[in-house]
Design a protein around this ligand. Sequence first.
Ligand SMILES: NC(=O)c1ccc[n+]([C@@H]2O[C@H](COP(=O)([O-])OP(=O)(O)OC[C@H]3O[C@@H](n4cnc5c(N)ncnc54)[C@H](OP(=O)(O)O)[C@@H]3O)[C@@H](O)[C@H]2O)c1
Length: 259
Amino acid sequence: MDLGISGLNALVLGGSRGLGFASAQALVEAGVKVGVNGRNAENAHYAAKQLGNNAVALPGDVSIPVGRKAIMQQMQQQLGKVSILITNAGGPPPGPVDQHDHTTWLHALETNMLSALDFAVMCLPAMKTAGFGRIINITSFTVREPYANMGLATSVRAGLTGAMSSLAKEVAPFGITVNNLLPGLMDTGALERVYKAQSERDGISIETAKQRMAESIPMQRLGRAEDFGHVCAFMSSRHAAYMTGQNITVDGGLVKSLL
Ligand SMILES: NC(=O)c1ccc[n+]([C@@H]2O[C@H](COP(=O)([O-])OP(=O)(O)OC[C@H]3O[C@@H](n4cnc5c(N)ncnc54)[C@H](OP(=O)(O)O)[C@@H]3O)[C@@H](O)[C@H]2O)c1
């Protein structure tokens, strides 16, 4: 299917690995020119090289305001204005709500909420002028179904969801859509850290820990990065023009909610 976005520019934050990288890959396949971000410069350059001539590396830390500005400047210098923005970063640490200190809360807010808002605000003027824009935030299935020990991650993403739901209505007249993608249990970095920890804690093999997780999912398998990347590319496409303010779960049926 022609997604109708060939030749446009996308900025994929946290795009050097995992779900971000799969999103960047699917966008490149659709003919989009992609700026790939990540803190580790070597990994970002390696990712851009894997993606080919239509990708550039934009190393930097999205949790720091000055880092965000530098990434945006690099994007504009190397590729130009952003038509498609994918916001993403590593998730906050797990743990009981009453065990996180103030600094940890502030860091999670900066990394997983305020960074996405800042980038959206920086990209909006050019999107408004063009009469086209796609903003897609990678959040989490826990926004739909809270889990114990995931309070920090869920809170900052719920906050982002609230802000983005208002933004979606504000920018809809300009042809800009704003949506959130909620990964379920996907076999990428964030989950890898969880099943490795479970394997050590419970004295089981990594394969057993993965299998145990897979059995909790109606589709009986963990999600693959590409399951996610293609949905992201579709939501970036011209065909998704009438969908905005949505929370789209990519989870193999995991979440126990009606909507
Ligand atoms: N995988 C799942 O099952 C799952 C489920 C629910 C929610 N999520 C959330 O979805 C997001 C992506 O997950 P994933 O599994 O794809 O993670 P991942 O494989 O660990 O990849 C994270 C990416 O973000 C980059 N990154 C991390 N912190 C950054 C920062 N401060 N500034 C810029 N780049 C940063 C990483 O590169 P560097 O390390 O080089 O910075 C990497 O490219 C995470 O927020 C995760 O919590 C994942």
